[in-house]
Design a binder for this molecule. Structure first.
Ligand code: 5AD
Ligand code: SF4
Length: 444
């Protein structure tokens, strides 16, 4: 979502004479877009600010300036602290206020103040955001923001605020615009995206499954994905959509966090491991071979060896195509931060065991794809001339030798080899635009 938000900030500032700079040396303004989800991400801000301060001071010695803005969830949570710990920061702006960036910059430049925009405004920020001006073949589109679930480890409900779903007509208009700009695949974004319930044209709420059906009709749009979902919001109609909406790609990121029922309850996840298994089974019946990925937290307060083992058992049972796993990081203001903490060395050891298991599952998922032919959307240039990077329906990055003109097209690729985080393949066929992309191969 921060990638999407950064692009939106560029779009908002474009009419005010700002363009993207290639490096800090060419920039008049630097916006650090920050993440507060774990402590490591938040701490990175202060080291980056320290580096920018040196450049700003050097510029000022020459009678020029470098404006420094801090955006994102750290700005939201620690606006005042940033302004006092890094007094050379010109402004801070939380995720709900990006539409006000031009005005905030004017305040900083003309009035000489250091504004902090960290309120949750009444009017949706989406109403004030500028239209996209460019898009790659695979684009992000935020359809939902904020979260009302209050998992006890998570800072999102405090930084992104209450759950909000954009109306269907807004989403469709943005999707059409992105397609006009060259997008063929959209990833629908939201902190809890499958809780989507945006207003339809008749005023009634439309579910994510309903939205997928509407977007599937947008001419030129071939592929849809969505992230990130909560297992408890995986409704029957959404599961069914994976079976009957061919444009919905057969890959789903469905974070489970833990395999222990006691830890899941302490996390306020409101489901048990068994419920997760049932959801996965239903998804795999609806769409055989679907790639399931997840997030995990190890060392949640009070997690015992047996409870960690329950996570390993869950992983063993599900067989994931990929995963992100993290050591629990106490976040200020969240309920779990006040509980007795697991020692750091225990967290490190558990993470190591879990990641080894998950890496093995990812590798075997990728290895099983070798020899199959998949429809691949060629998204961007590779490191070498003549190489393009695309994505299989199962969300695997794949390197192919291709003509640069083929960028943005869907081609049939025979998968020839696996690398740790990607595949390699050869183009064996070409798919004309808007043809329905049916997934093949990679079946578990
Ligand atoms: N500590 C560690 N990981 C966290 N996540 C969210 N909050 C924390 C935290 N306090 C992880 C979860 C979530 C992902 C986006 O980040 O696994 O799904
Ligand atoms: Fe955070 Fe996701 Fe839980 Fe919401 S559902 S509180 S975003 S972990």
């Amino acid at each position: 979502m921060n990638v999407y938000d950064s692009a939106k900030m560029a779009d908002v500032l474009a009419p005010h004479g700002y363009g993207l700079a290639d490096s800090v040396d060419d920039a008049d303004l630097v916006i650090l877009n920050t993440c507060h989800i774990r402590e490591k991400a938040a701490e990175k801000l202060y080291s980056d600010l320290g580096r920018l301060r040196i450049i700003k001071t050097a510029r000022q010695a020459l009678g020029k300036d470098l404006r420094i803005a801090v955006a994102g969830c750290v700005a939201q949570a620690q606006g005042d602290e940033i302004l006092s710990r890094a007094p050379y920061t010109d402004l801070v702006v939380g995720p709900q206020s990006y539409q006000n960036l031009p005005e905030l910059l004017a305040q900083a430049e003309i009035a000489g103040t250091r504004p902090a925009a960290v309120d949750f405004p009444e009017v949706s920020k989406f109403d004030g955001l500028a239209d996209a001006t460019q898009s790659g073949p695979a684009a992000f589109l935020t359809i939902q923001e904020g979260c009302d679930r209050f998992c006890t480890f998570c800072v999102v409900p405090y930084t992104r605020g209450a759950e909000y779903s954009r109306p269907v007509s807004d989403v469709v208009a943005e999707a059409r615009r992105l397609v006009d700009l060259g997008a063929r695949e959209l990833t629908l974004l939201g902190q809890n995206v499958n809780a989507y319930h945006g207003a339809g044209d008749d005023g009634g709420a439309v579910s994510l499954a309903g939205l997928v059906r509407v977007l599937a009709e947008v001419p030129g749009l071939d592929r849809l994905r969505y992230t990130t979902s909560h297992p408890q919001d995986m409704t029957d109609d959404l599961i069914a959509a994976h079976g009957d909406s061919p444009k919905l790609m057969p890959a789903l990121h469905l974070p489970v966090q833990s395999g222990s029922d006691r830890i899941l309850a302490a996390m306020n996840r409101r489901h048990r491991a068994d419920d997760y298994f049932r959801t996965i089974d239903a998804l795999r019946i609806a769409r055989p071979g679907m790639a399931i990925s997840s997030d995990f937290i190890v060392g949640f307060p009070g997690e015992t060896d047996d409870e960690f083992q329950a996570t390993l058992d869950l992983v063993d049972h599900v067989q994931f195509a990929g995963a992100y796993s993290f050591k629990y990081s106490p976040r200020p203001g969240t309920p779990a931060a006040d509980l007795d903490q697991v020692p750091e060395a225990v967290k490190t050891a558990r993470l190591d065991v879990l990641q080894t298991l998950l890496d093995g599952q990812r590798d075997s998922f990728n290895r099983r794809a070798v020899g199959h032919t998949n429809a691949v959307l060629l998204e961007r240039s590779g490191r070498h001339p003549g190489q393009l990077i695309g994505r299989t329906p199962y969300n695997q990055a794949i390197y192919v030798d291709a003509d640069p003109d083929q960028l943005g097209t869907v081609v049939d690729v025979k998968i020839t080899a696996t690398k740790p985080n990607s595949l390699a393949g050869e183009i064996v066929g070409f798919k004309p635009p808007t043809e329905t992309v049916m997934a093949t191969g990679g079946v578990r």
